[in-house]
Design a protein. Sequence first.
Length: 290
Amino acid sequence: MVPKALGVSSAKELDGATVCIQTGTTTELNLADFFKVNGMSYEPVPIETNAEALQQYNAGACDAYTTDASGLAASRATFENPGDHVVLPEIISKEPLGPLVRHGDNEWGDIVRWTLNALIAAEERNRLARELHDTLAHTLSGVAVQLEAARSLSNQGNTDKAIEALDTTLEMDPGNVAALAMRAQLFTSSRRFDDARADLRHSLQIDPDSAATYALMARVEMLSGNPTGALEIARTGAAKRGAFEQLVALDAIPGVLRDVLSFNRSLFIGLVLAFRIGRAAAIRTFGLAG
């Protein structure tokens, strides 16, 4: 604690200060360690009791007074003008303290004990929430950066680097469906069909009703020379929550249909029927000729 007039806002600004300190306490040792670690010096003003310390401090015999934070707050509250004094923010040590109640007053003791427990639990929850928030924010930021890098690298035709960026994304967020889908498409374009299948199976474990994932799986099977498998997968995907509209919006099935049409016109018709639309409607929707 220091007088506000001293113009100090941090204990790290007290180099060369005089400090009232109660001798024979852990506070005395903690103060010495704090100044040593921060490469500062100070002049101790030894005192025997808290009352003597406050008398010396108010008389200007020392620039600062140090003791437990709770003690500083309590002492400051007794001053004629508490606002003229500042408890600095640094906590230079942590030591267990607890409230004391009169023996035999069990009901009051219960109230004090559970109040203390609630305060400890609240402080711990706040600490965990802050750490979780910081970790989550860092992870989400990293995921967003890596995804954007992957998109940019993919657009530049640098497939291998794009896959590396997605590998990093999925290390941070293994359940990121967008990253799995993007990597599966890159694997497919590189004809790494088994790797693409693995990513798409993982996506279905996360979201079993994703029609878009079934569409990508059908495309993988078509390009790998398995049109029958593509048709079966497409039929399964057709039953998933409004599949046709989703697949058209995602521009996933048009590619499958083009591949099928070039491979086998009859299979194309079967695939169209699997998605519950007429052949003419499919041709208009996808701009296919013939």
